[in-house]
Design a protein around this ligand. Structure first.
Ligand SMILES: Cc1cc2nc3c(=O)[nH]c(=O)nc-3n(C[C@H](O)[C@H](O)[C@H](O)COP(=O)(O)O)c2cc1C
Ligand code: SF4
Ligand code: SF4
Length: 288
């Protein structure tokens, strides 16, 4: 019997917060008190704040086939407990003609789920949610009508997921793509340990920037510092796209050619090199 809900969320552009709100709506319809708490680098939770029958949820975007580092760090620091828990990762949903296309999770659910399992939690839900892709540094933004129809579809799926969890069912949709998610795990690792730092360095503010500092104030991980009246992106940046979306003057840009070269290195050359090295460790295996 679930008698309360706490959702910890992180979001760059609002998708994970929207999903959290849809779940909280279902919770409140069932007279189950819901709390939604934003994950920040300094948020600390202790086990006393997790009552026995409290359902715990984590909602966050997928970044480079992983959970964002701020979420990974938060889950690693999360207290041990036997509560029921669900994970919902928002991904890059798109729509080609009438076909809704999914994003790719990689380790975005698997690693946090493993950590929570080892901490004693009961995993009752693993649900990816293909909300509109916000990776606008690597592709053009989606049209308003497409965004609306993706949102309508995801709202229904998320609420159905919540109804099932509150009824005591277990939902493991996130495991459907398990073989593929494991296959791309070297790319998840390459992004986590290397790629994200390079991407953080691709943002620049153009001449239209009026030094309003909004980007610095709103960055969820305090990754921007103002230097000589211009934002400067530090390596703490999670590339969550919040600043790019919120800048009132649309001043934040990213050089696409540079991003393409980084993509090629991180997602193709480096994984291939790692794979080659791994195969060479065993002389009986085929070599390139
Ligand atoms: C830097 C970056 C990396 C991303 N990597 C992935 C990915 O590996 N797989 C995926 O499906 N979506 C990926 N996305 C898309 C987001 O996960 C997706 O748009 C999500 O719904 C955004 O949620 P938010 O609005 O809560 O931040 C990425 C987006 C960004 C900005
Ligand atoms: S929000 Fe935009 S205009 Fe304001 S400081 Fe940042 S980049 Fe410049
Ligand atoms: S600097 Fe911008 S993209 Fe990077 S974490 Fe902060 S808000 Fe997100």
């Amino acid at each position: 019997m679930i008698d309360s809900l706490i959702i910890y969320y992180f979001t760059g552009t609002g998708n994970a917060l929207a999903a959290s709100n849809w779940i909280a709506e279902i919770s409140e319809k069932r007279n189950i008190a819901a709390k939604i708490i934003k994950i920040t680098p300094s948020l600390v939770v202790n086990s006393e704040s997790l009552p026995e029958n409290c359902l715990v949820g984590f909602c966050y975007p997928t970044h480079g086939f992983n959970a964002p580092p701020v979420v990974v760090d938060f889950i690693l620091r999360f207290p041990k407990s036997r509560n029921r828990v669900f994970l919902l990762n928002t991904r890059a949903g798109m729509k080609l003609s009438k076909l809704f296309t999914p994003g790719l999770s990689g380790l975005a659910q698997l690693f946090p789920a493993l950590v929570l399992l080892l901490k004693g939690f009961q995993i009752v839900g693993l649900q990816p949610m293909d909300l509109p892709s916000n990776w606008i540094s690597v592709h053009p933004g989606l049209r308003g009508k497409v965004v609306d129809s993706i949102f309508q579809r995801c709202e229904k799926i998320t609420k159905r997921f919540a109804e099932k969890i509150f009824s005591g069912e277990k939902v493991y949709k996130g495991l459907i793509s398990l073989p593929f998610d494991l296959l791309i795990s070297p790319i998840s690792a390459a992004y986590f340990f290397l790629g994200r730092f390079a991407l953080a360095k691709t943002f620049v503010a153009d001449n239209s920037c009026n030094s309003c500092s909004l980007c610095e104030k709103e960055c969820p991980v305090n990754a921007i510092v103002m230097k000589i009246n211009r934002p400067f992106w530090t390596r703490k940046c999670e590339s969550c796209m919040h600043c790019m979306n919120r800048c009132p003057r649309r001043s934040i840009q990213t050089p696409h050619l540079f991003v393409t070269v980084i993509w090629w290195l991180v997602f193709f050359v480096i994984p291939l090199f790692i794979l080659k090295e791994l195969l060479q460790l065993n002389p009986d295996e085929a070599r390139f």
